[in-house]
Design a protein around this ligand. Structure first.
Ligand code: URP
Ligand code: ZN
Ligand code: ZN
Ligand code: ZN
Length: 473
């Protein structure tokens, strides 16, 4: 028999087209698309259902080492389980270099954390926090050549941030070796100055996190990141863009022909600063992330950028910390000042259903744009396309079959290891009825089908959002 599996009568959506087809799968790959394919060993009837490529979550944090006692709630087991149940079949979390640590050691440590645990395919971005001459001349170029073709750099957080000279140095490596640089753009000194003033005034509740990181802090750093990338003449990805002022900077850059790409995340569509608390309640700690959620007008600005092409990628920025317990946002019941609340919120499982329900089904973005933002473009930006990010002959058989119908989002129904979701109670209009990873059912709409260790580590190629430069090394 020619097929291990045929997904029949699918309404297939890619970033460019929507068409009816049977999907023939053999050895984990799509081997034929067409009408009335011969029977497979297994058959799945998708009649009347939309089928999209599995999601590629190009910005999520799993089991990333933290300063004790803080610890991420999700490792590669629970994190990729949640991803699969939400329709995401490829994740790219971060191998983070600690200051004083070699980049190579950070990567090796991270491989140990993933080994034997991942249920879906995965790759690692690097985080470069200590760009020593050795890192710049040897480690980073070597790791890029080995398939770690992207890295994140930070303009904030004391343990991670780089100064402008260091940023120029690492951007030059990205240019020379054709890697994608992701930039967390917030001005560290402004945040520090504001935080000290707030703290001195006794304003330490979670909601003051947003006061310490106003839009202009993000705008200034975004402007600077754009200028630094222009100076080096290298594309960049501005990650987790939150609101109007950074968007204006990115629009300006793109209008001037600069290759500045941008990512946004669900928290900037579905949360506001009020979710950090309208009084001094500590419950707002659950929604503390950076940049912080803004106001309703800014949610609309983000929707507009998703619809009109300003944004290239929609990721979760899943950063999983429990609210209760010893390792999370309220350590041993202690209500810490906002500066000490671990930054980040969970969202690896809810990313696709939220955007599909509120974006596609409410007419804010097209189905094809949904696929582009959540799967195709992340695969292209990080060197995984066309193996990932599309439904085509030769691509991995990573698919999501969608089921329409109302469903209330409840944390108890999610598969991460976090004790809350910031989206509790939201009414969704769709959810994955089936997720296939490498041609295997990992989620059937009711049950998760574990396959620990079957998720493969992916060596990545060059970013392909742009044509390759002929002079790249
Ligand atoms: O608050 C956030 N976003 N935490 C995750 C780390 C990062 O900066 O993306
Ligand atoms: Zn960040
Ligand atoms: Zn992040
Ligand atoms: Zn089942």
């Amino acid at each position: 028999q020619p097929f291990d599996l045929v997904v029949r009568n699918a309404r297939v959506a890619t970033a460019s087209d929507t068409f009816d087809a049977d999907i023939g799968i053999r050895a984990g790959r799509i081997v034929q698309l067409g009408l009335e394919l011969p029977r497979g060993m297994r058959e799945i009837d998708a009649a009347g259902r939309t089928v999209t490529p599995g999601g590629v979550d190009a910005h999520c944090h799993l089991d990333q080492p933290m300063e004790a006692p803080v610890r991420m709630a999700d490792d590669f087991d629970s994190g990729t389980r949640a991803a699969a149940c939400g329709g995401t079949t490829t994740v790219i979390p971060f191998a983070a270099q600690q200051k004083g640590q070699s980049l190579r050691a950070a990567v090796q440590d991270y491989h140990h954390r993933a080994e034997g645990r991942a249920h879906v395919d995965h790759a690692f971005h690097l985080i470069v926090s200590d760009p020593t001459p050795q890192v710049l001349a040897e480690e980073l170029p070597q790791l890029i050549a080995e398939g770690y073709t992207s890295f994140k750099i930070y303009m904030t957080y004391d343990d991670l941030k780089l100064d402008d000279g260091q940023i120029l140095d690492v951007l030059e490596v990205a240019r020379r070796h054709d890697a994608m640089a992701m930039i967390h753009a917030e001005n560290a000194d402004c945040i520090e100055w504001l935080s000290k003033r707030l703290e001195a005034g006794g304003r330490t509740a979670p909601r003051f996190h947003a006061h310490a990181r106003p839009l202009l802090v993000e705008r200034e750093a975004t402007h600077r990141a754009i200028a630094l990338s222009e100076l080096v003449d290298v594309p960049i990805m501005i990650v987790h863009v939150s609101g109007r002022e950074a968007v204006e900077q990115i629009r300006w850059a793109r209008a001037h022909g600069l290759n500045v790409f941008a990512e946004t995340c669900p928290q900037y569509l579905f949360l506001t600063a009020e979710d950090l608390g309208i009084d001094d309640s500590y419950l707002g700690a659950r929604c503390v992330c950076s940049p912080p959620p803004r106001n309703r007008d800014n949610q609309q600005v983000i929707w507009n950028g998703l619809a009109d092409g300003l944004f290239t990628i929609f990721s979760s920025d899943h950063a999983p910390f429990n609210f209760e317990g010893t390792q999370g946002k309220r350590p041993n019941g202690e209500e810490v000042a906002f500066r000490h609340i671990p930054n980040g919120i969970p969202g690896i499982e809810t990313r696709l259903p939220l955007l599909y329900s509120e974006g596609v089904l409410k007419g804010r973005i097209t189905l094809n744009r949904f696929v582009e933002l959540t799967s195709t473009n992340p695969a292209k930006a990080y060197g995984l396309h066309p193996r990932k990010g599309t439904i085509a002959v030769g691509s991995d058989a990573d698919l999501v079959v969608w089921q329409h119908g109302p469903r209330t989002l409840r944390n108890e129904a999610l598969h991460h290891a976090v004790d809350y979701t910031p989206y509790e109670g939201i009414e969704l209009q769709a959810w994955p009825a089936l997720t296939l990873a490498g041609g295997e059912v990992v989620w059937d709409g009711r049950d998760f089908h574990p396959r620990p260790g079957a998720g493969r580590f992916l060596r990545r190629g060059r970013p392909s959002l742009l044509p390759a430069r002929p002079d790249a090394a």
